[in-house]
Write a protein of this length. Structure first.
Ligand code: SAH
Length: 403
């Protein structure tokens, strides 16, 4: 067996079952492991710690498959073991899927003991990303297990993402098995219908992580007991806007910089039977748009949703990202009617929940608004956080009710 030996004192995180071995912690690699193949990981004193997928090009030099402390000393990473991980991940979500929920994250990487693998279901199709050489190594096994345990009409690959470069992998996109998906697949999320483009959409097609939060927005609009005017910033294909209208909102403005996303947002309004007068689609940079609105007197909203892309890709960018989050929340704060809601999100892992709360508090203070947090939000339950791997928690949000 090829072996990866850690430097002295670098085993602490593995003893806590954290799944990553960084390059700086590696003393030596013996044998000649190929990318993605399994290495035995041992401490500086030779004590066996576990088995991992070896990634020679990545800063994350190995991703753990199993720990001796959990599985004993005679464990083997083989196809049967990988297939059973796929099956268990599917079983964990089984109760969530149904007629009223036809799209879901089936496999969420490290949190499902399958580092680097993302699999989402959209109706009859699966859309997946292989983001590590370890996942890539077991690709055929994973596909066979998905076809066996998660019946589908087709599996499409959306590994057309830059993170693959860090692993020494090429970008890849296309049909893996079954039938080519239609241009749009209609999904049902809690009776909200959405057309999703698996082949051209962002990520695997749609932002499934906001499922619970879209339902909450719908509920807030219903409970308000009056028709709300909603501004949905960074709307993508309008998921939050549909939720607001379903909840009884009077009018929604969807703002996004992407033309194709807004076109799809228009289709989605039609699909749910909403009158075109109830919604506006604005192609703009949200930063500029909010500033322009502030200049115009009279534009005020009862709810403003801010769901921007990741502003901080790395920890080093957190200051700049903090300023950007604060900027949009400040502008939004000034545009809210008394008794309105700010629903603000960050999907940057480098911004932790306490920092995000501080940024939001500072923004509303500078906007001259007082209020209170009514909901602390995070990613939906099909994106769980494995206890030893807090990095899996990336999406956080706050609902603030302002005076
Ligand atoms: N709220 C969406 C997901 C938003 S993803 C949902 O529930 O599905 C972030 C979106 O922000 C993307 O659609 C992207 O096109 C858009 N975007 C990125 N930068 C932007 C900017 N400066 N102004 C407007 N939209 C932007």
């Amino acid at each position: 067996m090829n072996t990866l030996q850690l430097s002295k004192g670098r085993e602490a995180s593995l003893l806590r079952h954290h799944p990553w071995v960084f390059s700086g912690a590696v003393a030596r690699v013996t044998g000649n492991p190929t990318p993605g193949s399994t290495v035995q990981v041992v401490a500086a004193d030779g004590k066996p710690l576990g088995w991992a997928a070896y990634s020679p090009e990545s800063q994350i030099r190995a991703r753990m498959w199993a720990f001796n402390a959990i599985v004993g000393d005679n464990f083997q990473v083989d196809a049967a073991n990988i297939a059973s991980r796929v099956q268990r991940a599917l079983q964990r979500r089984q109760h969530l899927l149904g007629e009223r929920r036809t799209a879901i994250r089936l496999i969420y990487a490290e949190s499902d003991d399958l580092p680097g693998l993302i699999v989402d279901r959209y109706g009859d199709y699966l859309s997946c990303q292989f983001l590590s050489v370890g996942a890539e190594f077991w690709r055929d096994t994973i596909i066979a297990a998905l076809n066996e345990h998660s019946p589908n009409r087709g599996i499409y690959e959306r590994s057309d993402v830059t993170v693959r470069k860090h692993e020494g992998l090429e970008s890849r996109k296309g049909l893996i098995s079954g039938e080519e998906p239609a241009e749009f697949i209609t999904i049902n999320e809690a009776d909200r219908l959405l057309d999703v483009s698996i082949t051209e959409g962002h990520k695997t097609g749609y932002y499934l992580d906001q499922y619970d939060n879209r339902s909450l927005v719908q509920q807030l609009c219903t409970q308000a007991g009056r028709p709300l005017k909603v501004l949905n910033c960074f709307s993508y294909t309008g998921g939050f806007g549909i939720a607001a209208l379903k909840g009884g909102a009077e009018h929604v403005t969807n703002v996004d910089s992407s033309g194709p996303a807004l076109e799809l947002a228009g289709r989605n309004l039609e699909l749910n039977g909403f009158d075109p007068d109830q919604a506006e689609l604005v192609q703009a940079n949200v930063f500029d748009y909010l500033r322009d609105l502030k200049q115009q007197s009279g534009s005020r909203y009862d709810m403003i949703i801010l769901d921007p892309p990741k502003f901080a890709e790395t920890k080093h960018q957190f200051k700049r990202a903090s300023r950007a989050y604060k900027d949009i929340a400040l502008q939004a704060g000034a545009l809210l009617n008394p008794g309105g809601w700010l629903v603000s999100f960050s999907c940057s892992g480098a911004i932790d929940p306490p920092l995000f709360q501080k940024i939001t508090a500072d923004a509303l203070l500078d906007a001259g608004r007082q209020g209170r947090i009514t909901h602390h939000l995070h990613q939906s339950s099909d994106h769980p956080v494995a206890l030893p791997f807090p990095e899996a928690l990336y999406l956080k949000g706050l609902v603030c009710h302002v005076d």
